[in-house]
Every structure is written in C-alpha cells, then in structure tokens.
Design a protein around this ligand. Structure first.
Ligand code: BMA
Length: 305
C-alpha cells in the first residue's frame, strides 16, 4: 500500500517579495499554526545577503496570506549571526514556543562537530515578539527540533536531530535538557533508497486516538529530500508503533526540483484543521507549497501501509 499527499495547487502559495530586501531571494520552510480561526505562518526568508530571518504572515483560508513588512526574528547574537532558520511554532498551555535553528560563526570541524548550529527555543504570547529561552543541546551541530504540544507527566518533550538520527528528549523547564533524559528514537534505513542517509523531524506531531503522527524528512545518496510519516505511542512517544516503508511526498514540480537547493521538499508544518491535514513545505529552498490529506486516510495508511 502506498500513499501520496495531494498538492493543493501546481504553483507555490508564497514566493519571495522583490520589494522587501530581507525576503527578496528565498522564502521557505514555514511553520504554520491554526489559532483563533486564523492560520499563522512563520517562515524562513533570505535576501541577497543570504542571511535567514523569520517572517510572519496570517491567513483566513490557509492559502492567501498577508505578510508583516518586517521580520519577527532576526539575528541578534553571535550564536545566530549567520541566520535564524526553520521555525516550528507550538502552543503549550497558552504560551507559544518557537524552535528555530541558530546558525552561528564557523567553527573548526564544520558541520556535525562544529557546534555552530544550535537548536534554540523561544517563547511568545502574541506570535510576534519572541523571547529566547535556551538551546536543547550545546557544543554539537544539532537542528530539526520541535516540541510536543503537551506535557507528559509534567515534563516537556522534544525531538531533535543528531545526524543522522532523530532523538527524543525530556525537560522539566525547557532550560535544562539532561543527556540522561535523551534517547535515540529512529534513524535512516540502510538500503531503503529515499531514507537511507539521514532523517529529521518535521512539524509538531499530531495527537490521534491511535498515537502521535510524526512526520519526518529524509535524504538519499543523491541529495533528494522526501517526506515520510510514522506513528508513535500516544502515552510513551519513545515507542515507534509503525513506520511505513515508502515516502508520502517527493519533489516533482519544477519549483521543487529547481531552486536555490535542487530536489527538496522540506516541511516544518503539518497541522490538523477539521478533518484535513495541511502540510506546508519549502520547495527547493526557494518558495512555499501546500499539500493536504485526510486524517483518517493517513492514519489508515500508517497502520497498514
Ligand atoms: C537542511 C536544512 C533545511 C534545508 C535543507 C535542504 O539541512 O538546512 O533548512 O531546507 O537542508 O537544503
């Protein structure tokens, strides 16, 4: 059994704005949250300085957007001097939390060993002004992190990516993340083509009666990014219940195949509105697209596919 998300349109739903220097080059990898009958998007944007900032847009239908003229998050500290990237916004007990990648100065060792890619957490009560809290780990390059939308026995839960694996971590206060409260959750599957090299989590997992729907991305040895999904235990998300073999989405449209980085669909947003899951994604690190599916169809696939 296979399953494929349905593209909302054959065109992107958000493209760079040539009248706005900080988002004139690329807009991609958005977070979307449905709150108070509105779709709120935080998206990564780059101007020709190639520094990532995070913009905000709002929509009544999830398709047509009004953008703020200025970014809501931009580099302010040395540890994010090369950009703030890939937001994922989550509502927990009335407070919004944004996880984002802080891209800092180059350190000897480069990616993985360098520690210049920090998995940051920030908080807000209005989705516009953000207060930085702390990174989930320090001293190693780590990203693709997001929080679960509720606590488990009083503790916050996050996924993060220690390449090439996705890890799961608990924290009492979002300030301290102890190594003893972390475990490896899942990794690439050898000789499985699309997810054989590296994996990372996508948007905030969706709680269903059957467990948590956990979307993830993966790339293969040709550098093609695809999307997959799995089911985690509802009460103990450290347990993977089922992980289908096949991807559910991959680059096909010209704007997914060609762009700033070719052959990339990369998603930070999978939200349930009514009975539909909206999956927002960056196409080739250049524009933003939307794909959807019905919740019941996806749960059926994850259990049987
Ligand atoms: C990943 C992240 C994403 C990006 C993807 C493809 O490592 O940096 O932001 O979309 O690579 O370039």
């Amino acid at each position: 059994m296979t399953f494929k998300l349905q593209r909302f349109a054959t065109t992107p739903i958000l493209t760079p704005d040539s009248t706005s220097p900080w988002e004139s080059y690329n807009v991609f990898n958005p977070s979307v949250i449905y709150y108070d009958k509105l779709f709120h998007m935080h998206y990564r944007a780059q101007g020709f300085d190639w520094i990532s900032r995070i913009g905000y847009a709002v929509s009544t239908d999830g398709v047509h957007w009004n953008r703020l003229r200025e970014p809501v998050l931009k580099p302010e500290f040395e540890y994010e001097s090369r950009g703030v990237e890939d937001p994922r916004v989550c509502l927990i007990e009335g407070v919004f939390y944004m996880t984002y990648t802080a891209f800092g100065p180059y350190r000897e060792g480069g990616e993985v060993a360098g520690g210049s890619i920090l998995p940051m957490v920030a908080r807000s009560t209005n989705l516009i002004t953000w207060e930085r809290i702390a990174p989930i780990v320090r001293g190693e390059d780590n990203k693709d992190h997001m929080l679960f939308p509720r606590r488990f026995n009083g503790r916050y839960l996050a996924l993060h990516r220690r390449r090439p694996y996705v890890w799961i971590a608990y924290s009492d206060d979002l300030l301290t993340w102890r190594e003893s409260d972390m475990a490896r959750l899942f990794g690439p599957r050898e000789n499985n083509g699309w997810d054989e090299l590296s994996v990372g989590g996508n948007g905030i997992p969706i709680e269903t009666e059957r467990g948590w729907l956990c979307f993830y991305h993966a790339y293969d040895r040709h550098g093609v990014y695809r999307l997959g999904v799995m089911l985690l235990d509802r009460n103990d998300p450290t347990i993977v219940i089922r992980r289908p073999i096949h991807p559910i989405f991959w680059p096909e449209e010209l704007w997914e195949v060609k762009g700033d980085v070719p052959n990339v669909v990369f998603s930070n947003a999978n939200i349930l509105v009514g009975d539909t899951i909206y999956i927002y994604y960056g196409g080739a690190d250049h524009v933003i697209g939307l794909a959807t599916c019905k919740l019941t169809d996806l749960v059926d696939y994850v259990l049987n596919g």
